[in-house]
Design a protein around this ligand. Structure first.
Ligand SMILES: *Cc1c(COP(=O)(O)O)cnc(C)c1O
Length: 973
């Protein structure tokens, strides 16, 4: 027993304690911070910041944001907000359908950091899992569309259609042809996006009825939808043949689920097929994220936008995957780019491919048949009640002209918590895989009620008896699909679970180690931020649901809009762009609209520094701008004299400057304010690429520096995970004078007065993942966000301090500090025969993903640790880099062989290390366990170095059939 004199008895208890999320998000603790500051050579973190961020651009006041909430409180409060979203049954359709997400996929992919914290698979050797999953997606798309080559993947259906239009435009033979025929039966949001994209190129959209249009040689392309927006399924084969005889290419927007039952467009003449894979197990999420697909003919593969996964071999000659045609990636092609797509929707494409693998061809057929069958049942019943169904041939959508009954039907539907799609006095009803016979009955009941009838009047049970398809024989799918083994082997949950896990195990993610990708900001994606994304109140919302059902989302968007405006210093945001590059495009289109509105129609020159990210010139080209490159000086800063000269030279035609800040070289340029002034003096606007916002939040801001527009990569600075190459969000902030031009939407009224047309299919883009950024800001609060920036800068300068003795650090600020990232120069190792790629691949043997390779400077790596990495992780990385530096030295001084060394042979697989033959002049231990920590937690690359040239020479972009490729079965799975 404790004696009464025990001092504990008098201990005071602190009941005010509240756990702070920022202490979870920002990793370095007090002791580590002290050591790091010492290494860096400053006394306090604020001293470092004042040496790093120029005084004249610092914010004068702290961010005006609500105080931080704990994780626990945030989720509790969010439940309240969520309850303001009304989860009705949605038969709205229009490109968005309710789904049943297989639990095994939801938990093990969508909700699993092993998948969602991965980066885009540039480092193929440690990304074979997602590359395989994306190859499955491509194979699925090809099979279902009947096309020859597909990418993985695009942002949404509307932008995919716009990419298709542009590809047709680029491929046109007759340079005079400027007209693009658009079927009026496309979904309105798709037409809206086509309008936006057509405008800068002077492409003329001719919108009409495909049955009546006279195709002519002024047209370079045409686009139709299958099934059409009304739900009608047309036989377009005559139209396609007519188009082809006139040299017109044809794009078909197709519903992926319907293709299970319908003749695929590839079999009746489509040149390009695009669409959304949302209904393959991806929640609606109030608009996204979902993966769009793009499939075309083999002959057009070099013009295809987006990333293509291809089969190749590794250094041992084994099956391996990689992103094909990588040298043609958009950032290399710059203003010659066919598209600006960078971040797409990898995670969602992976899920859709898994959905197909889980159900297989038979399972999908059952699902599609059920949807189709219930739709027929509904049609029969409502017809029996005296309603006139307008679609003769349909898959899942019925159309009724209701006349006076429209209002009462609408009222009844609402009473039954069901949303239908109303246009004037007509209504469409789209069923989906969640629809039950009971649901159908409910709809019939209220349609009956409005006519003072009941279910009994129509002998419902008899109607149910023999349901026959309404699809005519000529449009019924005959060809087989999903015949590959991958779609026929994982139909039990155990098999699926193990398949998902086997792929996950091949991929390095933030679950394993720091991914210090400069410019890409791979920071913590906290679990609490992710949890609400799959709450039904958010995930089951249709983007076109009536306003009075979406109060929760509106509250979140209002707050996020306000908070991001405060953080950027701007007047307002548009939450529509689906990725950073889409934000660039949107922002430039807003600038364009502003100039045009003021009568400055000629202003179309975009000044872009040579160091810019490749999406900048690609987006500028998409916005119809001419690109003039501005030089950078030896320190990586914009050459102000050159900028001034060019701004003055083009002052009559200057549209804007695109500038990244801190620069892509990781430096806070002192001259930025002057740069912005020069642009403004010459009538231009300043577009800031906000990819490096993680170095600004709370310390400075785009508006403070003088920018007019900026996009934010919410998947970088604001914690949306990268998902192995998407999703992301790229909202834009604008100064007051640009607010009226922010993007509108054809279906949901978000008009700002002079809004440009839409840039995404959904009004708030990939709405459901905006929750992640909302959570981050709410839980960090103003001080947490500012501290995050400071620690991002401290962590970077700590790495710089540790590594600069070993690797020359390119560029630094006036006081020798880097911002939140730094460039390590690896070019001098060339004399020893070591390329930067060798370092990137060797890092895998040490358990790390390479930093950004050869951007913005060829032959370098760019390191960005973020605030979320603890000191010991930074040290592990530094130790690995230093050890590699010693290895390079050994090669240089002849201690190690010039060709047969651990760098050149990296990465080393378990198969190589444990093989019976080992003929290298270095040990197996040196190869696979070069530092002690590696042994404690070894991550094995699943293939040796991939062969890029081989892959491009023998481009194969589908799962190869077993018999053609003599790979072991285990490798193929
Ligand atoms: C990431 C990045 C982009 C492109 O963003 P996405 O979301 O991938 O489209 C643009 N500029 C810079 C500097 C970036 O780092």
């Amino acid at each position: 027993m404790r004696k009464i004199s025990d001092p504990h008895h008098f201990m005071k208890l602190n009941i005010d304690y509240q756990e702070k999320f920022q202490q979870r998000h920002i990793a370095p603790n007090e002791a580590d911070t002290a050591e790091m500051l010492q290494t860096v050579g400053v006394n306090t973190i604020d001293e470092l910041i004042s040496q790093t961020v120029p005084q004249k651009i610092r914010l004068k006041a702290p961010l005006n944001l609500p105080v931080a909430k704990s994780e626990f409180d945030y989720l509790n409060d969010l439940k309240q907000t969520a309850s303001k979203n009304k989860v009705f049954k949605n038969y709205i359709g229009q490109g968005y359908y309710d789904v049943i997400v297989p639990g095994v996929i939801q938990r093990n992919i969508l909700e699993n950091p092993g998948w969602y914290t991965q980066y885009t698979p540039y480092q193929a050797e440690i990304a074979q899992g997602r590359l395989q999953a994306l190859l499955n997606f491509q194979t699925m798309v090809l099979d279902l569309t009947g096309m020859e080559i597909a990418n993985a993947s695009l942002l949404d259906e509307g932008t995919a259609a716009a990419e298709a239009m542009f590809m047709q435009y680029s491929l046109r033979k007759n340079q005079q042809a400027k007209v693009f025929f658009v079927s009026e039966e496309l979904f309105p949001q798709t037409i809206d996006i086509l309008k936006t994209r057509a405008q800068p190129y002077g492409i003329e959209l001719q919108i009409g009825d495909h049955r009546e249009v006279e195709l002519n040689n002024q047209m370079f392309g045409a686009i139709v939808q299958y099934p059409a927006g009304s739900g009608a399924v047309y036989n377009y084969s005559g139209f396609a043949a007519d188009a082809h005889t006139k040299g017109i290419k044809l794009t078909v927007v197709a519903d992926i689920m319907s293709l299970v039952l319908l003749t695929p467009p590839g079999e009746w003449g489509a040149d390009i097929v695009v669409g959304s894979t949302q209904r393959f197990g991806i929640p609606m999420g109030f608009g996204g994220p979902h993966a769009a697909f793009f499939a075309t003919k083999d002959e057009y593969k070099r013009s295809m936008p987006g990333r293509i996964i291809g089969v190749t071999i590794d250094s041992a000659g084994n099956y391996a995957l990689r992103m094909a045609l990588q040298t043609r990636e958009q950032h290399i092609r710059r203003d010659k780019a066919t598209s600006n797509i960078c971040t797409a929707q990898a995670l969602l494409a992976i899920m859709a491919g898994m959905y197909a693998a889980y159900h297989g061809p038979q399972g999908l057929k059952l699902i599609a048949e059920r949807i189709h069958g219930l739709t027929i049942l509904l049609s029969k019943a409502l017809t029996a009640l005296g309603y006139e169904q307008q679609n003769d041939v349909y898959f899942d959508t019925l159309k009724f002209e209701l006349g006076d009954l429209a209002a009462p039907i609408h009222g009844q539907a609402i009473n039954n918590e069901m949303n239908l799609h109303y246009t004037g006095s007509s209504v469409t009803i789209s069923l989906d895989e969640t629809t039950s016979v009971e649901d159908v009955k409910t709809i019939i009941r209220f349609f009956a009620k409005v006519k003072a009838k009941s279910l009994n009047d129509i002998a419902f049970d008899d109607l149910k008896e023999d349901i026959e398809t309404v699809i005519p024989a000529g449009l019924q799918r005959q060809s087989a699909y999903l015949t590959h083994q991958v779609f026929n082997a994982h139909h039990s949950e155990h098999e699926m679970l193990r398949y998902i896990k086997s792929l996950e195990a091949k991929d390095l993610s933030l679950c394993h180690s720091m991914i210090a990708l400069g410019s890409c900001t791979m920071k913590l994606n906290a679990t609490t931020e992710m949890v609400p994304v799959t709450w039904a109140e958010f995930s089951k919302m249709h983007p076109f649901a009536p306003v009075d059902q979406v109060g929760g989302y509106m509250e979140i968007f209002d707050e996020l809009n306000k908070w991001l405006s405060e953080i950027t210093g701007f007047a307002a945001m548009s939450l529509q762009p689906n990725a950073g590059a889409q934000g660039e495009y949107a922002g430039l289109m807003v600038i364009r609209a502003y100039h045009q509105d003021r009568g400055d129609r000629h202003r179309n020159i975009a000044l872009i520094p040579s160091s810019a990210h490749g999406t900048n010139p690609a987006s500028a080209a998409m916005a119809g701008m001419k690109i003039v490159v501005v030089k950078c000086d030896d320190n990586g800063n914009i050459d102000v004299a050159d900028l001034k000269a060019k701004a003055e030279q083009y002052q009559n035609d200057l549209s804007c400057l695109m500038v990244t800040y801190p620069s892509t070289h990781g430096v806070f340029e002192e001259s930025i304010i002057e740069i912005c002034q020069i642009i403004h003096q010459n009538g231009g606007q300043v577009y800031m690429d906000g990819a490096n916002m993680n170095a600004q939040v709370g310390l400075t801001s785009p508006a403070n520096i003088g920018a007019d527009v900026c996009h934010l990569n919410l998947h970088k600075t604001f914690c949306i995970p990268h998902g192995g190459g998407g999703p992301g969000m790229g909202p834009i902030g604008v100064a007051k004078h640009l607010v009226p031009y922010l993007p509108g939407h054809a279906v949901v009224d978000i008009d700002q007065g002079k809004s440009i047309s839409a840039v995404s299919s959904a009004p708030w883009g990939s709405a459901s993942i905006l929750l992640i950024s909302h959570a981050y800001i709410a839980m960090m609060g103003p001080d947490g966000l500012t501290n995050a920036t400071k620690y991002a800068i401290l962590n970077a300068n700590y790495i710089k301090a540790r590594l600069e003795k070993h690797f020359p650090v390119l560029y630094a600020g006036a006081n020798g500090r880097c911002a939140h990232e730094m460039i390590l120069d690896c070019r001098s190792f060339k004399s020893a025969g070591i390329e930067v790629t060798d370092i990137a691949k060797r890092l895998m043997d040490y358990g790390f993903h390479a930093p950004t390779v050869s951007f913005p400077v060829a032959g370098t790596v760019m390191v960005e640790p973020t605030e979320s990495e603890p000191k010991h992780e930074l040290d592990r990385f530094c130790n690995a880099m230093i050890a590699i530096r010693h290895e390079i030295e050994d090669v240089a001084n002849g201690t190690m062989d010039k060709l047969d060394n651990p760098l050149k042979n990296s990465p080393h697989t378990a198969a190589v290390i444990t093989g019976n033959d080992w003929a290298h002049p270095y040990t197996r231990q040196k190869a696979a366990f070069p530092l002690a920590y590696v042994a404690a937690h070894k991550f094995w690359p699943s293939v040796g170095r991939v062969n890029d040239t081989y892959g491009d020479r023998t481009l194969i972009c589908t799962c190869p059939p077993m018999e053609e490729y003599e790979f072991e079965e285990s490798v193929l799975e």
